[in-house]
Design a binder for this molecule. Structure first.
Ligand SMILES: Nc1nc2c(ncn2[C@@H]2O[C@H](COP(=O)(O)OP(=O)(O)OP(=O)(O)O)[C@@H](O)[C@H]2O)c(=O)[nH]1
Ligand SMILES: [Mg+2]
Length: 255
């Protein structure tokens, strides 16, 4: 199992998050994707056993894509190093991974939202509403969150969709889910703990930024639905589940 941690502004929490992932005994490798991160981040990562790689194209999506491409595990786990997630939840993702090639965390289960976490009314119901847009438009199984980084992906399913990646920004999360849905990959959501962040949020910490990201997600989701209905999505870039992955598509490629 590979754990991939994109980082931009998590200098003060990243060391302990990496250590806690290794302490679960479940992570075979931890990859830190340094996305022009705050000075001092590399020093914090050094000596933890995590592999640090550098992605200079700025953006959450670019960082996740680079980490996924570099990871060597059979199960690829995306998470954030800002202390909002609980590394022990890896256990739950792993158990569900036995049945589902794509397991998404959801941060909107009330009992799992810790005091002080950045998941007030607006973000909770906003995430829920955009998730319902996906569920209804794509007739998918249940979704209650669109912004949860913490998720587990079978390498095989990643290979089905990676050639179709088209987003390098903050709305890469739901983009990945839509591609999985279009490829017919079975998935489920499970509740994960959501805690207060250490350090400053760069995305959903301010209301205008959160609203802007929400609107971009809604427009991307609508656009994906319409283009796929019109047959304008290049289907050859997706490998439908459960067709075998052609050998040449499994080999090294450029992010
Ligand atoms: N903002 C931002 N985040 C990046 C970038 N590259 C990688 N990231 C990572 O993206 C993740 C999300 O950023 P945060 O600032 O924690 O955003 P957030 O407010 O928690 O947003 P949500 O997780 O969507 O609620 C973190 O793990 C960042 O390290 C980038 O260019 N900009
Ligand atoms: Mg965060």
């Amino acid at each position: 199992m590979s754990v991939i941690l994109p980082t931009y502004n998590e200098k003060d929490s990243i060391r302990s998050v990496v250590e806690r992932f290794f302490a679960t005994g479940l992570a075979d490798e931890v990859i830190v994707v340094n996305n022009n991160a705050a000075p001092g981040t590399s020093e914090e990562v050094a000596g933890t056993g995590a592999r640090e790689i550098f992605e200079t194209r700025q953006g959450y999506g670019w960082a996740c894509r680079r980490g996924l491409a570099e990871a060597t595990g059979d199960i690829l786990v995306l998470c954030e190093p800002d202390d909002t997630f609980e590394p022990n939840d890896l256990k739950k993702l792993l158990v569900y991974s036995e049945d589902f090639p794509y397991v998404l965390g959801t941060r909107t289960t009330k009992e799992f939202i810790w005091n002080g976490a950045n998941m007030g009314h607006f973000l909770r119901w906003g995430n829920w509403a955009v998730a319902k847009q996906v569920e209804v438009l794509f007739n998918s199984s249940i979704l209650t969150d669109v912004g949860c980084t913490f998720r587990a992906i079978h390498r095989e399913s990643y290979l089905r969709v990676r050639d179709a990646f088209a987003i390098g920004d903050s709305h890469f999360g739901p983009h990945l889910t839509l591609l999985m849905i279009l490829a017919g990959v079975p998935f489920t959501e499970i509740s994960v703990h959501y805690r207060p962040r250490i350090g400053e949020s760069m995305v959903t910490g301010s209301l205008p930024k959160a609203v802007k990201l929400g609107l971009r997600m809604i427009s991307m989701i609508s656009q994906t639905r319409v283009t796929s209905w019109l047959g304008l999505i290049d289907a050859s870039r997706l490998i439908p589940y459960p067709e075998p992955i052609p050998r040449e598509r499994a080999e090294a490629f450029q992010v």
